[in-house]
Design a protein around this ligand. Structure first.
Ligand SMILES: [Zn+2]
Length: 157
C-alpha cells in the first residue's frame, strides 16, 4: 500500500509549477529512491529511504547540490519540463555508459558547485549550459576523477 501512496505523491508533484524561493524539504519514503542513491531530488523534496535514517540530517554539500537542481528546474518553470529535459540530457549521452549520469550538464553544474554554498544565491539563469566535459575527461572512467577535474575547471565561476 505504501508503494501506491508514494508513487501517487511523486506523480502528483510532477505536474506542479516550480515555485520561486523554495527550500529543499526532506521527506522519508519506504521505496524511494532506489537503494544505491542517497537522495532523490523530486520537485523540491529531497527524498531518502527510511532504512537510512541518518540522512534526515542533510549535509551541506548535498543541500547545495540539490538546491542547484531546484534552480535548474526553476529556469524551466514546470517540474515536468525539467525532468523531461534532464532525461533527454541523459539519454543523448548514451545512458548505458558508466559515465552517463555525470555527463549531463545538470549534474556537471551540481557537482562542480556543490562545495560552494554561496553559488545558489548568485547563479545565473540557465547556467548549466556553461558546463561540459572535454574530450580528455571523456577518456576517463573513474567518476571521482572526473568530478575533481570539473570542480577544478569551474572554480572561479
Ligand atoms: Zn545531482
Amino acid at each position: 500500500m505504501k508503494l501506491i501512496s508514494e508513487l501517487f505523491f511523486l506523480i502528483c508533484k510532477l505536474f506542479t509549477k516550480v515555485k520561486p524561493n523554495e527550500q529543499i524539504k526532506l521527506k522519508q519514503m519506504k521505496h524511494f529512491p532506489f537503494k544505491r542513491y542517497k537522495y532523490l531530488m523530486w520537485c523540491s523534496y529531497a527524498i531518502y529511504r527510511e532504512d537510512k535514517p541518518h540522512l534526515a540530517e542533510m549535509d551541506k554539500r548535498s543541500r547545495t547540490h540539490e538546491t542547484i537542481h531546484y534552480l535548474q528546474a526553476l529556469d524551466k518553470k514546470f517540474w515536468i519540463v525539467f525532468y523531461a529535459s534532464y532525461l533527454w540530457n541523459w539519454i543523448k549521452r548514451n545512458p548505458f555508459s558508466k559515465l552517463s549520469y555525470i555527463k549531463s550538464r545538470y549534474e556537471l553544474e551540481a557537482y562542480a558547485k556543490e562545495d560552494d554554498e554561496t553559488y545558489p544565491s548568485r547563479r545565473e539563469k540557465n547556467a548549466h549550459k556553461k558546463f561540459y566535459l572535454t574530450d580528455e575527461d571523456k577518456k576517463m572512467t573513474l567518476s571521482s576523477v572526473i568530478k575533481a577535474r570539473i570542480k577544478q575547471r569551474y572554480k572561479d565561476l
